[in-house]
Design a protein around this ligand. Structure first.
Ligand code: FE
Ligand code: ZN
Ligand code: FE
Length: 195
């Protein structure tokens, strides 16, 4: 597609956002599966539902413009999602993983906030009043999601730093507390063998 006018650029940017939303719809369920925090999970589940509505909103805008919704793959979103899902595959404690999921999700939200702010402004310049309203609604939702994630991070990041919910936490115990436990175990084994 040749981009000769601001309207062309507007359509191109909308397509980019539309592809981005669809990538998020595909990727979020896996992220949700990896979360440990109940609160984080429900926040992401809620945002997945909202994301589906945001994609539909864009379809409404394309209809109004008489334009096809399909465009090129959003490589920016692809990269952000790829980085996020790779870090989640790493072997880490539950709370550190939750912190990593928040970090990835906030990058997604900020990228969307940038994109929606731009198209909202273009729609305004182009006199697309209904689109301005729809895009502003999405922009507000993305900002809200970002704020919610910041709120959740306040607790989760601290828990991650403290090592709460960490597997293999016994490794962090001092020699004195670890030793009696070991001997208690071996005593129990011996007891079993005798019995
Ligand atoms: Fe979105
Ligand atoms: Zn893009
Ligand atoms: Fe979003």
């Amino acid at each position: 597609m040749t981009i000769a006018s601001l309207r062309d650029l507007y359509v191109e940017q909308l397509r980019d956002l539309y592809d981005g939303e669809n990538q998020i719809i595909k990727a979020l369920p896996k992220m949700i599966e990896s979360t440990e925090s109940e609160e984080l999970r429900s926040a992401l589940e809620e945002h997945l539902e909202i994301t589906r509505q945001q994609a539909q909103r864009l379809e409404t805008i394309f209809e109004g413009l008489g334009e096809d919704a399909k465009g090129e793959k959003c490589k920016g979103m692809e990269g952000i999602i790829k980085e996020g899902s790779e870090v989640v595959k790493e072997d880490m404690s539950d709370t550190v993983k939750d912190a990593a999921i928040i970090a990835a999700a906030q990058r997604v939200e900020h990228y969307e906030i940038a994109g929606y702010g731009t198209v909202r402004t273009y729609a305004d310049l182009l006199g697309e009043e209904q689109a301005v309203e729809l895009l502003q609604q999405t922009l507000d939702e993305e900002k809200e999601a970002d704020e919610k994630l910041s709120q959740l991070a306040e607790e989760i990041n601290v828990e991650a730093e403290e090592g709460e919910g960490e597997e293999g936490g016994s490794e962090m115990e001092s020699e004195e507390t670890a030793k009696p436990r070991r001997s208690a175990k071996s005593t129990a084994k011996k007891g079993k063998r005798v019995a």
